[in-house]
Ligand binder design. Structure first.
Ligand code: ADP
Ligand code: MG
Length: 397
């Protein structure tokens, strides 16, 4: 990530500004059932309209696979956007056709319009240059506000940026700034928490982070694989035994990079994966053959809290245990609350992301206090894997 333009660097007054938002919201009975994405995306649109731009919103919705699917129209989303903005949003019933052209031609400065689902055209997901050119004819400036789709090179997220002056919207800007502060130029020491079910899904995350952070604190099911690799018996625990060699290699590579891999020192075990299952705390050599580790134990929590207190920056992906089933949410809750408290006290910059991680931090009541929580899912993961996101690269100048 280098430099990218923002709305502040552009003169948008009187210009037609194509804004790519991610308005792929959950829908129930033909209406958005959760408007978080719409509300958050509204900021950029409001900002541009206030500056006198003609704001034309582009988004995908669901997976119509290149065909017009009436149930996947953005029309109800345009109506919800109008409510969020408190002003009219004109809807074009196509994306690059007569309706789109007529709607855009009729706009006055400060007006807002939305075009139909970009994925009604198969060319969108193919990053087709001709389709991008047709989109570009509808605008003078391109603003990408959809970090969550930036890991895909699609016409409205990548090719379009090459046809028009391009900048990051407010949401994209906030995401890039938060992520940059956490991994590009962080205050040290930097800790990463990596948890979740399987080490096989987090190999690239671990590899990249071990080059960038001072310690990786490992929890969740994947900790079992590391413990098994080090010769501990893990009983019936979730464990990828065929990943043992890779786990040892991660530890060795991390050590060579000056990064410490921190594993649990005690665990909470139960005979079954079920809420309220009878459980006990054991040392890492005490997992009974007929039981499974479902959370980290109190000594591990104390160790994690002590380590976080010494760090200035934290990147978090993956829960410490099976947080969906109490009481195996304790480790995740305690660590999340410790990070939240340190952040509130101004001692820690904390950035987190990942589908289950967002849910786990909300469950712990810690979400509001983290410096930044990315809801971008796949794009966040690819970013912590150190990959170039095409939608972001296209904005770099
Ligand atoms: P994210 O979506 O944030 O990247 P993951 O999908 O990698 O996170 O991991 C989340 C899942 O890991 C949760 O469903 C949780 O129940 C599971 N998990 C965590 N610890 C354990 C464990 N010790 N045993 C079994 N499953 C676990
Ligand atoms: Mg997950």
């Amino acid at each position: 990530m280098s430099t990218f333009k923002t709305i502040d660097n552009l003169d948008v007054a009187g210009k037609r500004v194509l804004v790519r938002s991610d308005l792929n919201v959950p829908m129930h009975d033909g209406k958005p059932s959760d408007t978080t994405r719409i509300d958050r995306s509204a900021e950029t649109i409001r900002d541009l309209a206030a500056k006198g731009a003609k704001v034309i919103i582009l988004s995908h919705f669901d997976r119509p696979k290149g065909k017009v699917v009436p149930e996947m129209s953005l029309k109800p989303v345009a109506e919800a956007m109008a409510s969020a903005l408190g002003r009219a949003v004109t809807f074009a019933t196509d994306t690059i056709g007569d309706s789109a052209k007529a709607v855009v031609a009729a706009m006055k400065d400060g007006d807002v319009a939305m075009l139909e689902n970009v994925r009604f055209h198969a060319e969108e997901e193919k990053n087709d240059p001709e389709f991008a050119k047709k989109l570009a004819q509808l605008g003078d400036i391109y603003v990408n506000d959809a970090f969550s789709t930036a890991h895909r090179a699609h016409a409205s997220t990548e090719a379009l940026a090459r046809h028009l002056p391009a900048a990051a919207g407010r949401l994209m800007q906030a995401e890039l700034e938060a992520l940059g502060n956490a991994l590009e130029k962080p205050q040290k020491p930097v800790a990463a928490v990596v948890g979740g079910a399987k080490v096989s899904t987090k190999m690239e995350v671990l590899g990249n982070l071990s080059k960038k952070v001072d310690m990786i604190i490992i929890g969740g099911g994947m900790a079992n694989t590391f413990l098994f690799a080090q010769g501990h018996d893990v009983g019936k625990s979730l464990c990828e035994k065929d990943m043992a060699a890779e786990a040892l290699k991660i530890i060795a590579d991390a050590a060579a990079n000056g990064c410490e891999i921190v594993l649990p020192v005690d665990l909470v075990v139960a005979a079954e994966f079920a809420a309220g299952a009878a459980n006990k705390v054991v040392g890492i050599d005490g997992i009974p053959a007929d039981m499974m580790a479902l959370d980290v134990g109190p000594a591990t929590i104390a160790d994690v809290e002590k380590r976080l207190a010494r760090c200035k920056t934290l990147v978090w992906n993956g829960p410490f245990g099976a947080f969906e089933i109490a009481p195996f949410d304790k480790g995740t809750n305690a660590a999340a609350q410790a990070a939240a408290r340190l952040t509130r006290e101004g001692k820690l910059l904390s950035v987190a992301g990942g589908g289950d991680t967002v849910a786990a931090l909300a469950h712990a009541g810690a979400a509001d206090d983290f410096s930044y929580i990315s809801t971008a899912g796949g794009a966040f993961l690819e970013w912590i894997e150190g990959k170039t996101l095409p939608g972001v690269a296209a904005l770099e100048g």
